[in-house]
Design a protein. Structure first.
Lengths: 319, 319
């Protein structure tokens, strides 16, 4: 169990073997097959990813509105970008996104790692229970998120009932989705419920990649369990934890499904994360040019942050 | 997972049975708590309307077919006189409707939406796997310029926020008549999934020793024959695992579906949350639809459990 293993040696060995003459004279050449095999994928990605991206960049410099396709198209220069970056709503959305990102990643890493650590005790039946724990993350965030709205109902919902059962607070005294204070937490709870297994699974791979002889050596040196955890377990699992945080970070930065169905940004705009603002601007207010600029800003942000983070991850991995 | 060569059974680092016991109890507790929302979805689907919103929430209740009936059929309210003069009811759902002064007026939109989900998920999966396995083979076996850049380019298409891509796709599909069509959604989901398919399958194909094909080439196979007769059978497990990952993504996808489809090609995820009865959401019907929608994924999760880690990290961690 390793990160992408260097197969360089093996590949070199394979290349050093003289290519059999047979396939060079009969049938398609390797070069032709390589292109034949890669071209369809590239064409599809160019048509449905790159072309739209270029089009978004183009639109971001115009005043285009998708609901008025025949209006005169004006080149507005970088005006859209200036408005995006000075728009208080955008900054509020970024703040909501940051709050959501911080708490979901914090909780998921903490609980996910703890679970992985416990499962790595290899108690009887751990395989079965691991599979059970993994189920939420495979389900549709939209369809399940929608059902959580029912669990959160203040009068009748199971969530409020459970909270009141254990804490004694009357179940109708608080609204998870309807109140400004609790609405962000209603989303954080569902996201944590759904994605903690994901972090757990990656952390578990990290824990299992630590060779046993290191612990055996530590036992011989009479290092305490506590000491072993802090100087062996945690540092050696760290690259895996960081990888999990990266994947969760990228995903949650784009979070849309669950928020759209649970709170759709409300109440007011307390839970309006970036994707929701983008959807409002693009598909409700039809400010296509402006929202294209916003989309590019978001893409550059996530791409830039991810790149910086991957550098840090590689430094930890190579330490 | 036992490391080869190191005995676990008598190792000094084997956790004590006390710590195993505590770990087991905590993990099982967590698993049971996270299963409660799913169990509640299943139970709510079997409740009658009043039972579903009873307080305190009912765990024991008389099962009712109401949720599933309302999911599959649409009803309309009639006067008791009108219902009295109707011929005897033809089925369970009809008599259930009549007991609350309603009559079944026809099939609901659930089946067509479910069918759309099936067609789009399977169509895009088949296409992704075909494109993925050919491209992955070429990337795995042939020398080509800018290989790493192309691979990273394929991966980076997955980082874009779906809403950002949705704006130009919406405009493009409107221009070329792919709006709200199954073909449009199949192409879109394929473009999203193909990055995962290429990365995962390249990992699987890398693990097949190239010597197998070399031997086939020496035996007089052409490169294409070797690909079909040697590589594909060897990669079968990887292809199945990749296909299931693509299937799950396409099945669960919501953001594109809700923005780009409204009728003819609408899939189940945007449809289930808007199932409404008289006076608000019909929770038993929503729960019934959710149950049917989640069931296939439960099965797949169990089938996939050995490959889950690899799939969710784009092959960055191999087992």
């Amino acid at each position: 169990m390793t990160f992408i293993e260097p197969r360089a040696l093996l590949e070199q060995a394979a290349r050093a073997t003289p290519e059999p003459l047979a396939h060079r004279v009969r049938g398609l050449s390797d070069r032709a097959i390589a292109w034949l095999f890669i071209a369809p994928t590239m064409v599809l990605l160019l048509a449905i990813n790159i072309f739209p991206l270029l089009w978004t960049i183009h639109l971001s410099f115009t005043n285009y509105r998708a609901n008025r396709p025949n209006a005169a198209l004006l080149d507005v220069g970088i005006d859209n970008y200036v408005s995006v970056l000075t728009d208080p709503d955008v900054w509020a959305a970024m703040q909501a996104t940051a709050h959501f990102l911080f708490w979901t990643i914090f909780l998921q890493t903490l609980i996910g790692f703890a679970l992985a650590y416990l499962i790595d005790r290899r108690f009887r039946g751990h395989g079965f229970w691991t599979t059970v724990i993994l189920i939420p993350m495979m389900l549709s965030p939209a369809v399940v998120g929608n059902f959580w709205a029912f669990l959160y109902q203040p009068q009748i919902g199971l969530f409020n009932y459970a909270v009141s059962f254990f804490s004694g607070v009357p179940p109708s005294s608080f609204e998870m989705i309807g109140s400004v204070k609790l609405a962000p937490w209603s989303i954080i709870i569902v996201d944590t419920w759904m994605w903690t297994p994901y972090v757990m699974l990656i952390c578990l791979a990290g824990l299992r990649s630590i060779p046993n002889y290191i612990y055996e050596a530590a036992e011989v040196d009479r290092a305490s369990k506590w000491r072993q955890f802090w100087s062996i377990t945690l540092p050696m699992a760290l690259p895996f934890i960081m990888l999990a945080v990266l994947f969760r970070g990228i995903e949650n930065f784009r979070m849309f499904d669950m928020v759209n169905l649970l709170t759709s940004g409300g109440p007011g705009s307390t839970t309006e994360v970036a994707s929701i603002t983008l959807k409002r601007e693009a598909f409700e207010k039809w400010r296509t040019g402006y929202s294209s600029a916003f989309a590019i800003v978001l893409f550059v942000t996530v791409f830039g942050l991810a790149n910086i983070y991957v550098k840090a991850l590689n430094r930890v991995k190579n330490r | 997972m036992p490391t080869p060569g190191i005995s676990h059974a008598h190792s000094v680092v084997e956790p004590s049975s006390l710590s195993k016991g505590i770990a087991g109890v905590l993990v099982i507790l967590y698993a049971v708590v996270t299963m409660v929302p799913l169990a509640w979805i299943f139970l709510t689907g079997l409740k009658s309307g009043p039972d579903s919103i009873a307080y305190p929430p009912k765990v024991l209740f008389e099962p009712s077919a109401e949720g599933y009936c309302n999911l599959f059929f649409s009803r309309s309210r009639q006067t008791p006189e009108y219902i009295a003069q109707l011929p005897p009811s033809s089925g369970t759902c009809d008599s259930l409707a009549r007991s609350s002064n309603m009559v079944v007026v026809g099939a609901s939109n659930f089946m067509p939406r479910f069918l759309n989900s099936l067609i789009i998920a399977f169509g895009s999966t088949a296409l992704s796997v075909v494109l993925g396995v050919t491209a992955a083979y070429a990337f795995s076996r042939f020398k080509m310029p800018l290989k790493d850049d192309l691979m990273f380019f394929i991966l980076s298409t997955r980082m874009m926020p779906p809403i950002a891509v949705a704006i130009p796709i919406y405009l493009m599909y409107r221009e070329i008549g792919l709006s709200d069509t199954r073909l449009g959604m199949i192409l879109l989901y394929t473009a999203v999934n193909v990055s995962l398919a290429v990365w995962l399958l390249k990992g699987f194909i890398d693990e097949i020793p190239p010597e197998y094909e070399e031997a086939a080439l020496v035996d007089g196979y052409t490169r294409l024959q070797a690909f079909f007769k040697v590589v594909l059978p060897q990669a079968a497990t990887g292809i199945v695992a990749t296909a299931i990952f693509c299937l799950i993504f396409a099945w669960n996808e919501y953001a594109f579906a809700v923005l780009l489809t409204s009728g003819a090609a609408q899939t189940a995820p945007p449809f289930i949350p808007i199932i409404i009865g008289e006076g608000g959401q019909d929770w038993p019907a929503v729960a019934a639809g959710t149950t049917l929608f989640l069931l296939p994924i439960l099965v797949f999760t169990v089938l996939l459990r050995k490959h889950l880690l690899r799939g969710i990290t784009f092959g960055a961690i191999r087992k």
